[in-house]
Ligand binder design. Structure first.
Ligand SMILES: *Cc1c(COP(=O)(O)O)cnc(C)c1O
Length: 469
């Protein structure tokens, strides 16, 4: 064993050899050294655990060691932030970046990043301008709200609204709406951080107007509604309508705030999804403040949109916390571009990818699945059973819980490789493919896969499947 340890190539020896390799020319030497140390350390550990049983000196053959180091260098040099193919069928997949943006919106981001802009410059007066001015007008035009403000995300929106309106005072909320959404965002916790005190009313399944009314005291700052984004209370249930809550608020001069979560500008009920009130309808119901995300059903960049009465939005704008939550120029450029599409509601289902994926008829998804299956049968059919199967997609992003969209998937059952191994291998490719596992088959939901990704999937599987056979 000591003999083997002595035979491990030296760091300098490896470095010298790798510096001669033209394909590593563009890689910083520090990174190459790091890879060498990692690989050599790994070899040392393997020899020590093996205790001279199986490992022979062939294990230390220099070209083989150099090849492993090179692979490690390339791995370390790769950006950690990567494009992936979403074969999960979850359209607003929070872990995969939620909404993807249309090409023309990407052009705006490109410009915003690479060129100077009028971000905070009023081109008419030549003076300092407000970064929010442009999208504010557009948001009001589209929703009928009096005023608007955009912050970093919806969690920030909820926090700043509560901090501004209810710090040190009470907020009344229905027990059925004390939501925890992904990433441990809990309404009660956010509220605690805002300095507001939570007053829960009603029972988990039923809350009545009287419950809110009885809880109002001198300490009450506002009435809060929270959209049950990711769960549903079914059966014997009852919630108070916005209109009745607004009337109660008016009687006691208390603002009504609604955290809509997803916030959609268009009706999705014709696509087999349950009717949810649109942002315009919620604004129309008279609530004083509405908040929602930019990257859920709106289909834009990450943002938290706050709509409401002028006087309240003005107070939120001047809250010093607003400076800590402000959006950057990419968000602004992306959001304006997305909002402009909504001026023509007839075309949003063609232009905004999140909505296009929701609206895609199953026949279209089916054709995509058949095209991929045909290709795959040719390329890997000998080593893998390829079929088109009925599956269901999800809207995701805490929107439309429990609601499925009929979809088609390509199912793969490799002959000489376990499904879980195939799933893991696809995840580890240069262009990772994220899939779903179901009943001993690997599933690729074609609702969330773009047409130009089919050839990439085919190429990847061609590379991966025979290797496992
Ligand atoms: C998603 C969601 C949030 C958080 O929104 P982010 O934009 O992710 O910060 C808050 N409240 C509800 C009800 C949500 O669904």
């Amino acid at each position: 064993m000591n003999d083997l340890l002595r035979q491990i190539p030296k760091v300098d020896e490896c470095l010298l050899a790798l510096l001669e390799d033209n394909s590593l020319e563009h890689i910083p030497v520090g990174l190459i050294k790091q890879a060498i140390r990692q690989v050599l350390d790994g070899i040392r550990k393997q020899i020590l655990t093996d205790k001279g049983k199986k490992i022979t000196s062939g294990f230390l053959y220099l070209p083989t060691v150099l090849a492993s180091i090179k692979a490690e260098v390339l791995r370390l040099h790769q950006p950690r932030f990567r494009q992936v193919i979403n074969g999960t069928g979850v359209i607003i997949h929070t872990n995969l970046g939620r909404s993807i943006l249309p090409e023309s919106t990407m052009q705006m981001l490109y410009q915003a990043g690479g060129r100077y802009s009028n971000l905070e410059f009023n081109l008419e007066t030549g003076q300092r301008g407000s970064r929010y001015a442009l999208v504010e007008k557009l948001l009001c035009e589209l929703t009928g709200a009096e005023a608007a403000l955009v912050v970093n995300n919806n969690a920030a929106a909820v926090l700043i609204v509560l901090e501004t309106l209810a710090r040190g005072r009470e907020v009344i909320v229905s027990r059925g709406q004390l939501v925890e959404i992904g990433g441990s965002f809990r309404i009660p916790d956010v509220m605690a951080r805002s300095g507001a005190r939570l007053v829960e009313v009603g029972a988990t399944n039923r809350t009545h107007l009287k419950d809110y009314r009885d809880a109002i005291t001198e300490e009450t700052a506002l009435l809060l509604k929270v959209h049950c984004s990711n769960y549903r209370i079914i059966g014997f249930t009852s919630e108070v309508s916005n209109e009745r809550l607004v009337t109660l608020g008016r009687q006691h001069t208390l603002p009504v705030v609604e955290d809509l979560g997803s916030g959609c500008f268009v009706d999705l009920s014709s696509f087999g999804l349950e009717k949810e009130p649109t942002v315009q309808e919620v604004v129309g119901s008279g609530v004083d403040v509405v908040t929602f995300s930019g990257d859920k059903l709106l289909g834009g960049p990450q943002a938290g949109i706050i709509l409401g009465k002028q006087a309240i939005i003005d107070r939120i704008k001047t809250n010093p916390i607003n400076r800590a939550m402000r959006i950057d120029k990419f968000t602004l450029a992306g959001l304006e571009s997305i909002l402009r599409f909504y001026r023509d509601p007839g075309t949003v289902f063609d232009n905004i990818p999140t909505l296009a994926m929701i609206a895609a008829p199953v026949e279209l998804v089916d054709r995509r699945a058949k095209r991929l299956a045909r290709r795959l049968r040719k390329s890997v059919g000998e080593h893998c059973r390829v079929t088109v199967v009925d599956i269901t997609s999800r809207v995701g992003g805490g929107a439309m819980p429990e609601q499925n969209l009929p979809s088609r998937g390509v199912s793969l059952q490799p002959a000489a490789m376990s499904v879980s191994h195939l799933e893991k291998t696809l995840r580890s490719l240069d262009l990772p493919i994220i899939s779903r596992i179901g009943e001993d088959q690997l599933l690729l939901d074609m609702r969330t896969v773009a047409d130009d990704e089919l050839v990439l999937i085919d190429r990847a599987l061609h590379q991966v499947i025979p290797a496992g056979a």
